[in-house]
Design a protein around this ligand. Structure first.
Ligand SMILES: *Cc1c(COP(=O)(O)O)cnc(C)c1O
Length: 458
C-alpha cells in the first residue's frame, strides 16, 4: 500500500544556511565541542531528541486552556489522568525534567555505599547516582556488544549477571534495579517484555525495587509490538501499561515521549516512598500539583501523552529512523543494527580506522558533519565514556566509537535525511581527510557536555 505520512507542518521554522568558512570559525570558537555552537549556526540539529519535537495543533489548543492556579489546578488533574491512563501507580508527581525526577527518587532509594544496577545508566542518570556516593553498575545483555547483529532486543539487561550480583557478597548493597526503556546509552535498543518480567521476578525475590527509566516508553512499546512474539496484536498503549505494571515505580523525562519541550514525572506505588519524594519535590521543584511546570506545559503534556501511542505516529517514527539509517549505509557508513527509533548510531570507529581511540574518531566524525554540512550531533565513544589520565590523555577507551544522530519528533522529513546521507557520502569518500582530536580542557564529570578539544594536525 502507498505510504501516507500521518501529519503535515502547520507552522514552519526557517533553518540557517551557512558557509563552510563560517562553520570552521564556529567550530574554533566552540572549542570544537558541538554543545558550544549557537543553534542559529546549525542547519540540521540532531544533537538531541529531547524537548526538540514539534507540538501539535491540539497541544497548542489545550495550552490555551491552562489553569495556572498554585494548588490543585485543573491542568494538573488532566495531566495526571493522561499519565494514569498509561502508568498504573498510585502516586504521580510532576517535575520539570527527567534529571529532577532522578535526583528526587534516587535520594530516597540510594546513598553512600549503595549500588544501582541498570541495563545502561543514561549520562545524567549515572551522574545522579554517583552524586549520592552510590555506584552505577551497567549490566547490558551480551547481544548488545555485537553492533551489526539483528538481535531484536539488544537493550535487555543481562539477567544472569543481575542474579549473580544480587546473590553475591554485594547483593545487600543494591538499592535499585533501573531499566532504561529504550536503552539510550545502548544504541536506542528496546527492552522486551519478557526481560522486564524476568527482571521483575528477580527484583521481587531479592526485595529490591525495580524502577523504569521510561523516557521512551512509547517507542519501546512500539518495538515490542513489532519484534516480540505474542505482542503483534497488542496496542502500544497496552504494551506500555504492561511494562509499567511490572515495575515498582518509574521516572520518565517527558521531553521525549511526552512530545513536550519540558516536563517529567515520578511514579511509585509505595506511599511512604511517595511521601519522601513529595517533601523533596515541594522543597526543590514546586508544590505537588505542578512540580515546577506551568499549567500551559501540563496541558501540552496531557495531550502529548494522548498522541504519542498512536500506532500511525509510531509507525511513521520507525519509518523515518529506518530511512535515515538506509541513507547512512548507502553513503558507506555503518550503523548500529537494528535501527532504533529515536536515533541512528553511526559506527565512526569503522569509518575512520586511521584514527585510534586516543584521537576520538566519534568526535572527529561529529565535528566533520558540522564542518561539511552544518549538521550537529554528538559522539558516544571515548570522549564521553573513556577514562582519561591527569594530562587528559585517554588511558581506557570506550567499547565503541559511535556518533548519535538523534531524531527530533515530527520535525524533519525525508529530504533532510537525504541531505545527511549526501554529507556522509562526501566524508566517506575520503575519510583520511578527517583529523583526529585532542582534549584541551576536560571537567571531571559530564565531560562531553563541557570539554574543549582541538584538531590534531596531520
Ligand atoms: C533524557 C533522559 C533522561 C534525563 O531527562 P531530562 O528531561 O533530559 O532531564 C534520563 N534518562 C533517559 C534514558 C533519558 O533519555
Amino acid at each position: 500500500m502507498p505510504y501516507l505520512r500521518p501529519f503535515v507542518a502547520a507552522v514552519v521554522r526557517p533553518i540557517p544556511i551557512t558557509t563552510r568558512e563560517q562553520r570552521i570559525q564556529e567550530l574554533d570558537r566552540a572549542g570544537h565541542n558541538p554543545f558550544n555552537i549557537p543553534a542559529d549556526m546549525v542547519s540540521l540539529d540532531l544533537l538531541s531528541d529531547s524537548g526538540t519535537g514539534a507540538v501539535s495543533i491540539d497541544q497548542q489548543a489545550w495550552a490555551q486552556r491552562a489553569d495556572e492556579r498554585y494548588a490543585g489546578a485543573e491542568s494538573f488533574y488532566r495531566f495526571r489522568e493522561a499519565v494514569r491512563d498509561i502508568v498504573p501507580y498510585r502516586h504521580i508527581l510532576p517535575v520539570h525534567q527527567g534529571r529532577a525526577a532522578e535526583r528526587v527518587l534516587f535520594s530516597a532509594l540510594l546513598g553512600p555505599g549503595k549500588i544501582s544496577i541498570s541495563n545502561t545508566h543514561f549520562d545524567t542518570t549515572r551522574a545522579n547516582v554517583e552524586r549520592l556516593g552510590a555506584q552505577a553498575l551497567d549490566l547490558p545483555c551480551p547481544e548488545a556488544s555485537d553492533l551489526d547483529s539483528e538481535e531484536p532486543f539488544k537493550g535487555n539487561i543481562d539477567l544472569e549477571a543481575l542474579k549473580n550480583v544480587l546473590s553475591g557478597p554485594d547483593g545487600h548493597r543494591v538499592g535499585q534495579i533501573l531499566l532504561t526503556i529504550t536503552n539510550n546509552g545502548g544504541g536506542g535498543q528496546p527492552v522486551s517484555i519478557a526481560n522486564i518480567e524476568a527482571a521483575s521476578a528477580i527484583a521481587r525475590s531479592h526485595g529490591v525495587p525495580l524502577i523504569l527509566d521510561a523516557a521512551r516508553f512509547a517507542e519501546n512499546a512500539w518495538l515490542v509490538t513489532r519484534r516480540e512474539p505474542g505482542y503483534q496484536d497488542w496496542t502500544p498503549r497496552d504494551v506500555a501499561r504492561r511494562a509499567f505494571e511490572l515495575a515498582d515505580g518509574a521516572i520518565a523525562s517527558l521531553k521525549k515521549d511526552g512530545l513536550s519541550p519540558e516536563g517529567a514525572f515520578i511514579g511509585v506505588h509505595d506511599s511512604e516512598l511517595a511521601d519522601r519524594c513529595e517533601v523533596d519535590v515541594i522543597a526543590t521543584e514546586g508544590f505537588r500539583t505542578y512540580g515546577g511546570l506551568t499549567g500551559h506545559t501540563l496541558e501540552i503534556l496531557a495531550q502529548g501523552l494522548r498522541e504519542v501511542l498512536d500506532p500511525h505516529y509510531l509507525a511513521d517514527r520507525e519509518r523515518e529512523a529506518s530511512f535515515l539509517a538506509e541513507c547512512a549505509r548507502n553513503a558507506g557508513v555503518s550503523t548500529v543494527q537494528p535501527a532504533g527509533l529515536h536515533g541512528i548510531y553511526l559506527n565512526a570507529g569503522r569509518l575512520l580506522p586511521h584514527l585510534g581511540p586516543e584521537q576520538f574518531p566519534g568526535h572527529a566524525l561529529a565535528c566533520a558533519l558540522y564542518r561539511e554540512g552544518g549538521i550537529r550531533c554528538s559522539e558516544l565513544g571515548s570522549l564521553y565514556l573513556g577514562e582519561l589520565n591527569e594530562h587528559n590523555q585517554l588511558v581506557k577507551p570506550a567499547p565503541f566509537e559511535l556518533v548519535r544522530l538523534a531524531l527530533p519528533r515530527r520535525v524533519y522529513d525525508h529530504s533532510h535525511w537525504e541531505y545527511v546521507g549526501e554529507v556522509l557520502a562526501e566524508i566517506a569518500k575520503d575519510p583520511e581527510q578527517v583529523p583526529g582530536y585532542r582534549i584541551t580542557h576536560a571537567p571531571k564529570v559530564l565531560r562531553h557536555f563541557r570539554c574543549r578539544t582541538e584538531p590534531v594536525t596531520l
